[in-house]
Design a protein around this ligand. Structure first.
Ligand code: FEO
Ligand code: CA
Ligand code: CA
Ligand code: CA
Length: 565
């Protein structure tokens, strides 16, 4: 259409070159501007809370935008535009400049770090240029490591999730390591808990078993929480880690609502969630577990959903499957049941990784984002890379051998797999698959490390991670890879966002982010004229040009005001 004219083919832009600097670059005819930075006030009382030398004060730390922005979604609530955004983790050396080696030295410092992670819900509004955050909006909300939430689904109330503070096993504090995102068909937000293991530590005797080792739980916590808050000390609360690692549903329209941890979708290091409506009316959620040698999953609800209705607790009741990819480009979804896993229903949801191994899923090269094409019955998963195949990261004893969709021995570049469900029904257990792209470097290699035929010297990249389809069926790909621009990564530059055509395979570079940063999260304004893009852990002094680097969300739009998504 005329609104998408310019560029060539279905691409409404001329691709840009790589960059190695500390700036954001977009195509000619496009503009970009920071929407919100780590430490920016969400309420008037927190204005000025951010200090370029010391960061954010403890008192104001739950009234500002969190650090290290990740997955995000935009919702329309009573005619207002609301963005929900994850803050995946914190950089302690930036947040605690006075602390030794960035390790918290007291409970206040722990509180500061807890508050700067989690989820932000914020109203935004059109401005002269781009958008601004609406301070003091009644829809604004911060959800942190201390926010109360409900454990929902078959694992709720089970002995495995009971603790001293919550003997009923139904009320949990906090959602943590919120990585990628998803949205339900009924317009709620799905935040995905990834590396939750890193928040727990043992000050005394460490509980034993594969239930801990397979998830990397043990030793010292990443932020020393366990020294100042007994809830994070697994020698004191061995079941607390069993209450994290879920997909959590948040209603952005009601700031008083209780977030719901959906245990039926399994417990693992959730990257994101892609929900689709199956031909037979059930809802299907595709999910990746981001660790080397782990799996791709899907949840299929028992109940059906009708367009325009509230999904209620549809995500509490259904079947969890793990993907099995065959070398002949066929595949099947293996149901995780007591019969296929030798585990009971609660154990399957608490120790999902072990259930998937028992059922015979296909080990993958770090499954990051999953995305589903809105104009075709197919879904994609970014397999970001696998730097040490054969070196088993967990104690699970998984076979991480080369296999169909993971065909390269050492895989520093990554690939994107896609699958087409049988009978055009996402609830079907059979599918066919192919590789949409194998990233590589054709200027360094002539073998399989040169990448697939849709990779060339002008569009090369490594480590695909974020992936979102726009409304026209174009696939936006974000990278989180090696940005040193040397050796086998020479010519790739800083991390980037590209746009791919699923039909032709063509991929063009749309955006580059500052040196050091990865690109995380993408959503569009309600009129699809502005894209919001996450810039996580930038280097240098971006975007202020002085003081500390600040993770931020950037708005991107066309100067002629045309639709871009
Ligand atoms: Fe938080 Fe797998 O990225
Ligand atoms: Ca990621
Ligand atoms: Ca990544
Ligand atoms: Ca990251």
């Amino acid at each position: 259409t005329a609104a998408r004219a310019g560029g060539h083919g279905k691409f409404a832009f001329e691709p840009i070159d790589i960059a190695t600097d500390f700036a954001v670059h977009v195509p000619e005819g496009y503009k970009s501007k920071v929407l919100v930075r780590w430490g920016d006030a969400l309420w008037s009382e927190a204005e000025g809370a951010y200090d370029p030398e010391t960061g954010v004060s403890v008192e104001m730390s739950d009234k500002v935008f969190g650090e290290n922005t990740d997955g995000m979604e935009l919702f329309e609530v009573d005619g207002k535009e609301v963005i929900t955004v994850n803050s995946e983790y914190v950089n302690p050396k930036i947040n605690l400049p006075a602390a030794s080696e960035g390790i918290p030295q007291n409970a206040d410092e722990v509180k500061l770090l807890k508050n700067l992670q989690g989820v932000t819900v914020m109203e935004i509004a059109k401005a002269d240029e781009g958008y601004v955050v609406v301070k003091d909006s009644p829809l604004n909300r911060r959800i942190t490591h201390e926010t109360e939430m409900a454990l929902e689904g078959p694992l709720a109330g089970h002995a495995l999730v009971q603790t001293n503070a919550d003997p009923e096993g139904k009320t949990v504090k906090g959602t943590m390591n919120n990585c990628g995102s998803g949205r339900t068909l009924w317009n709620t937000y799905l935040t995905c808990e990834e590396n939750f293991n890193g928040y727990f530590g043992a000050t005394g005797k460490m509980p034993e078993g594969e239930g801990y080792t397979r998830y990397g739980i043990g030793g010292e916590g990443r932020y020393a929480y366990e020294k100042f808050d007994p809830r994070y000390d697994i020698s004191n609360e061995p079941n607390e880690p069993h209450r994290h690692g879920f997909v959590t549903e948040i209603n952005p329209a009601d700031p008083t609502s209780t977030p719901k941890k959906r245990t039926a979708l399994g417990r693992f290091k959730h990257e994101n969630a892609s929900m689709v409506h199956a031909k037979d009316g059930r809802v299907v959620v595709y999910m990746g577990d981001d660790e080397r040698g782990e799996y791709l999953y899907k949840f299929v609800s028992n109940g059906v959903w009708e367009e325009g209705t509230d999904g209620g607790d549809l995500l509490n009741d259904g079947t969890l499957y793990v993907a099995k990819f065959n070398d002949d480009l066929s595949g099947e979804w293996l149901a995780l049941t007591p019969e296929t896993t030798g585990m009971d229903a609660a154990e399957i949801l608490c120790f999902t990784r072990m259930a998937a191994s028992a059922a015979g899923g296909t080990t993958m090269d770090r499954p990051e984002w999953v995305a589903s094409n809105p104009v075709k019955v197919e879904s994609y998963c970014a397999l970001t890379n696998n730097k040490n195949r054969g070196v088993k990261p967990n104690a699970g004893g998984d076979d991480t051998a080369v296999n169909g969709p993971n065909p390269r021995e050492t895989n520093n570049y990554g690939q994107i797999v896609r699958w087409m469900p049988a009978n055009e029904n996402h609830a079907d257990t059979a599918f066919t698959w192919d590789l949409y792209v194998m990233a590589g470097n054709p200027t360094v290699y002539e073998n399989e490390y040169a990448g697939s035929s849709n990779v060339n010297a002008g569009n090369m990249f490594n480590s695909p991670d974020g992936m979102v389809f726009d409304s026209t069926g174009m696939l936006w790909i974000q990278t989180d890879g090696d940005y040193k621009n040397e050796g086998e990564f020479a010519g790739m530059g800083n991390n980037q966002m590209l746009v791919g055509d699923p039909e032709t395979g063509e991929i063009l570079r749309f955006m580059t982010v500052p040196y050091g940063a990865e690109v995380t999260g993408l959503c569009w304004s309600a009129d699809k004229k502005v894209a919001f893009v996450g810039v996580q852990h930038p280097g240098g002094q971006w975007p202020d040009g002085a003081g500390k680097p600040r993770s931020s969300v950037v708005a991107v739009w066309r100067e002629d005001g045309a639709v871009i998504g």
